[in-house]
Design a protein. Structure first.
Length: 416
C-alpha cells in the first residue's frame, strides 16, 4: 500500500493501511487486480416484460450443490493442515424478492475421520470484500482474508463453509447488508457442506465478522424457520453491522465511513432502485465510481486520492427528507428483527470508528429485551473487526458444541 510495486509484493503503505484496517476491511494484494475494473451486474434497460422470477428452493433443494470442484488454489496455511477444500455453487433464496438463487462459496473438512455422529459445521460470514463479482472470496487463494478464521476452525475439527454471498461471482446484484439474504446464504452453506461431506453432523454454528457479523446474527434469527432440519447451537458476531440507521445523524462521517458509503448505497440500490445516490454523496465519491466500488484491497492509490479530496459536504444528506429516507431504509434492515433461535456472542472493539460500539450496544439491548441470550463483550484497545477477537469467538463456539451453558450478560441474565 515506488508504492504500487510494494503492494504487489504484499506490502501496504502506512497511510492506506491505516485507512482500510481502521475500516475493518481486509487489504489483500490478491483480492482484486488493480488493473481490473469492477463488473457491476446492473441489468440492461429493457422495454419488454421482465421474466418470471425463478422459484425459491424448498426441501432438499435448499443448499443443493450445482457445481463443485477441488479448490486447488487455496493458500498453503490450509493445505498444510491436510484439509479437503472444495469450491462450490449451491442453491439458496433471495431475501429481497424471495426468488431462487445460485451462490458461490467454499467448504472445508479436516483430514481424517470425524467423531461418532459426524463433525459439526461452522458457517462463516466474511467481512466486506466489495460489491462486484471480482470480490467473491472463492476467487482468491486467501479467501480475501478469511483463511485465518477457517484455519482456526479446522484446527478444532469442524467442517467449515464460507459463502461468497448472493451476487458475488454469480449472476445478479449483490444485496450488500440486506440481512435476510445473507442469513439464507449462510444456512444453505451448511446444507451444501453436508452434501459435499455426507458424514457431517446436522449441528451447526455461525461465526461472522462485520458484514458477516450481521449475516451470522440474522442466521441466528432464521435458524428455526429457514434452518429447519438442522440443529443450531449459537452464533458469534464480531463487529456486526447490526443497525446502521444512525450513520447520517453524525455531525460528520469518519474517514472509514466516508469510504464505506458507496458500498452501502450500492447495496441499498438493489432493494430500492429509485435511490438517488447523489442525495448522499458528491464530489470525488461520485466522480470515481470504478475506484470506490472496486474490491476493498484494490486500487489503493486511487482510493487514497479520492479520500484526500473529500469535503464534509460530500457526505452530507442533500435535505432533511433525504436523511429521513435513509434512516427508514436502514431501520428496515436493522437487527434484531426477531428472537434468535439460540445464544449469541457479540463482540465490539472499543475504538471502532466504522460501526460505532454504541450502535451495536443499542441493538443488543433490544435483543435482550426480546428475550435473547447474549454474551456482549467490548474489547479494550481494539478497532473494527480486529483479528485478535477471533480466538475468543472460536472458543465460545467450541463451548456451545460441548454443551456448556452460554454466558448471558443481558439484564436478569447470568452475567447481570
Amino acid at each position: 500500500m515506488a508504492p504500487e510495486r510494494a503492494w504487489r509484493n504484499g506490502r501496504v503503505p502506512t497511510r492506506l493501511g491505516v485507512l482500510f484496517v481502521a475500516a475493518g476491511l481486509a487489504v489483500s494484494a490478491v483480492s482484486c487486480s488493480s488493473a481490473t475494473e469492477p463488473t457491476r451486474n446492473r441489468p440492461a434497460p429493457t422495454s419488454v416484460a421482465e421474466p418470471a422470477l425463478p422459484p425459491a428452493p424448498t426441501g432438499d433443494d435448499r443448499g443443493a450443490v450445482v457445481n463443485q470442484a477441488p479448490f486447488s488454489g487455496i493458500t498453503s496455511s490450509i493445505t498444510e493442515k491436510g484439509a479437503v477444500a472444495t469450491k462450490i455453487t449451491y442453491r439458496s433464496t433471495s431475501g429481497v424478492d424471495g426468488s431462487g438463487t445460485e451462490v458461490g462459496g467454499t467448504v472445508f473438512a479436516p483430514a481424517g475421520d470425524g467423531p461418532p455422529g459426524g463433525r459439526p459445521v461452522v458457517t462463516v460470514g466474511h467481512g466486506t470484500t466489495g460489491v462486484t463479482d471480482e470480490c467473491a472470496p472463492s476467487a482468491s487463494p486467501t479467501l480475501l482474508g478469511s483463511t485465518g478464521v477457517v484455519g482456526q476452525l479446522l484446527d478444532r475439527g469442524y467442517v467449515v463453509a464460507v459463502s461468497d454471498y448472493e451476487g458475488l461471482g454469480t449472476p445478479g446484484d449483490h444485496p450488500y447488508l440486506e440481512p435476510t439474504t445473507s442469513a439464507y446464504n449462510l444456512i444453505d452453506a451448511v446444507r451444501a457442506a453436508r452434501n459435499i461431506f455426507p458424514d457431517t453432523s446436522s449441528r451447526w454454528a455461525a461465526l461472522g465478522i462485520s458484514q458477516g457479523g450481521q449475516a451470522s446474527w440474522s442466521a441466528a434469527e432464521h435458524a428455526d424457520d429457514y434452518g429447519d432440519g438442522l440443529e443450531f447451537v449459537g452464533s458469534a458476531n464480531l463487529s456486526p453491522a447490526a443497525d446502521l440507521s444512525g450513520i447520517l445523524e453524525q455531525e460528520e462521517l469518519t474517514l472509514p465511513q466516508k469510504m464505506f458509503l458507496p458500498y452501502l448505497l450500492e447495496g441499498l440500490r438493489v432493494q430500492h432502485p429509485e435511490i438517488d445516490e447523489t442525495a448522499y454523496m458528491r464530489g470525488a465519491l461520485v466522480e470515481n465510481p470504478d475506484t470506490v466500488l472496486s474490491c476493498v484491497g484494490a486500487l489503493l492509490t486511487e482510493k487514497w486520492n479520492v479520500a484526500t479530496q473529500l469535503r464534509p459536504e460530500d457526505t452530507t444528506p442533500r435535505s432533511p427528507a433525504d436523511a429521513l429516507q435513509m434512516r427508514e431504509w436502514l431501520q428496515d434492515d436493522a437487527l434484531p428483527k426477531g428472537p434468535a433461535a439460540g445464544p449469541q456472542l457479540v463482540m465490539v472493539g472499543e475504538t471502532d470508528n466504522l460501526i460505532l460500539p454504541s450502535w451495536t450496544e443499542q441493538a443488543v439491548e433490544k435483543a435482550c429485551a426480546g428475550g435473547d441470550v447474549i454474551d456482549f463483550r467490548t474489547r479494550t484497545g481494539e478497532g473494527h473487526a480486529d483479528a485478535r477477537a477471533v480466538p475468543g469467538a472460536v472458543e465460545w463456539i467450541a463451548d456451545r458444541f460441548a454443551g456448556a451453558q452460554a454466558p448471558n450478560t443481558c439484564p436478569a441474565g447470568d452475567g447481570s
